[in-house]
Design a protein around this ligand. Structure first.
Ligand code: ZN
Length: 280
C-alpha cells in the first residue's frame, strides 16, 4: 500500500482504490465527459473520503488516543484509532470522535461553497448531473452527501456510534448497542421500502448497505459482549482489590488495567461468584 503523511497522520491507499474508482468514473459518467473531468471526479471523491477519515484521526489525537493510520480503500476509508476500554471508555470521547468525520465534510463543503461565492465562480447545481460534471460543485456535493449520510443515527454510519454513545450515558454499553442496532435495522428497512417503491433495480443498489449493516451488527454485537464482560471483570477487581491482594498478580494491559488471568484461590472464586450473582 502506498503511504504518505498528512498533518503527521500516516495515510495508506489500498492498491485497488484507484483502478476501482477509475472504472466507476468511466462506467457512470456520460460520453460527453472528457477524461480530465472524470479524473477530477475521482480525485474529488478520494479527497473527500480522506478528509473524513483525517477528521476522525485528528480529533482522536487531540483526545489523547493513539492513531495508527488512515486507510483509503475502494469502498471508503477507515481511521485506525486506539479504543479505550472500560473503565476508561467515555461516551463523550466516542461522540466527539464519531462526529469529527461528518463535521469535517460539512465544514469543507461550506468552505468550498463560500470561496466559490466570494470569487464569483458560478456553481452549476440546477441538476445533479450538472453539479457532478463541475469539479468544485462536485466537491461541495460529495462532502455534503458524505457529511449528511454519516449523521444518520444508524449503523453502519458514524451516526450509529453517536446514538450508541448517547444511549450509553443512561444504559449499559451492551443494551445501548442492542437499541442502536434495532434502530439501524428500522432505518435501513425504511430505506429499502422506499427503494422497493422505485422498483427492484433500485433495491439491488442498496444491497451493499444491507451487507454492511449485517457485518456491522455481528461485529458490534460481539464487541459489546466482550466489552460488557471486561467491564464486569474490572468492576470486580476494583471493588475487591483491598480484600484480595492476589488480584494484584493479574496480568495488565499496556494502560495498567487488569486482564483476566488464572489465580488459584478458592476464596477469590467464591467472591467472584457472589459478585456476579449480586449483579443479577
Ligand atoms: Zn466516519
Amino acid at each position: 500500500m502506498p503511504a504518505f503523511r498528512v498533518l503527521g497522520v500516516p495515510v495508506r491507499v489500498h492498491a485497488a482504490t484507484l483502478p476501482v474508482h477509475l472504472v466507476l468514473a468511466w462506467s457512470f459518467s456520460s460520453d460527453g465527459d472528457d477524461a480530465l473531468r472524470r479524473l477530477a471526479f475521482v480525485g474529488v471523491t478520494l479527497l473527500s473520503v480522506l478528509a473524513h477519515e483525517l477528521g476522525h484521526a485528528l480529533v482522536a489525537r487531540r483526545q489523547g488516543l493513539a492513531v495508527g493510520d488512515v486507510r483509503v480503500h475502494a469502498l471508503g476509508g477507515l481511521a485506525r484509532i486506539e479504543r479505550r476500554l472500560p473503565p476508561e471508555w467515555r461516551p463523550s470521547l466516542e461522540v466527539w470522535n464519531a462526529l469529527a468525520g461528518p463535521a469535517t465534510n460539512l465544514a469543507l463543503a461550506a468552505l468550498a461553497f463560500g470561496v466559490a461565492v466570494a470569487v464569483g465562480r458560478a456553481l452549476p447545481v440546477d441538476t445533479p448531473r450538472a453539479a457532478w460534471a463541475d469539479p468544485v460543485a462536485a466537491f461541495v456535493a460529495t462532502n455534503l452527501v458524505l457529511g449528511a449520510v454519516n449523521l444518520v443515527p444508524a449503523f453502519p454510519s458514524d451516526g450509529g456510534r453517536v446514538l450508541r454513545a448517547l444511549l450509553a450515558t443512561r444504559l449499559s454499553y451492551l443494551r445501548s448497542t442492542q437499541v442502536a442496532l434495532a434502530v439501524s435495522v428500522v432505518v435501513v428497512g425504511g430505506l429499502l421500502a422506499l427503494a422497493l417503491d422505485r422498483g427492484w433495480g433500485t433495491l439491488l443498489g442498496w444491497l451493499p448497505l444491507v451487507v454492511m449493516l449485517g457485518f456491522y451488527a455481528v461485529h458490534e454485537w460481539r464487541g459489546s459482549k466482550a466489552f460488557d464482560a471486561l467491564e464486569t471483570f474490572r468492576a470486580f477487581v476494583a471493588s475487591h482489590r483491598a480484600r484480595f491482594p492476589a488480584l494484584d498478580r493479574l496480568p495488565k494491559d499496556p494502560r495498567g488495567q487488569p486482564l483476566p488471568g488464572p489465580i488459584d484461590d478458592p476464596e477469590l472464586t467464591a467472591a467472584w461468584h457472589a459478585f456476579l450473582s449480586a449483579r443479577g
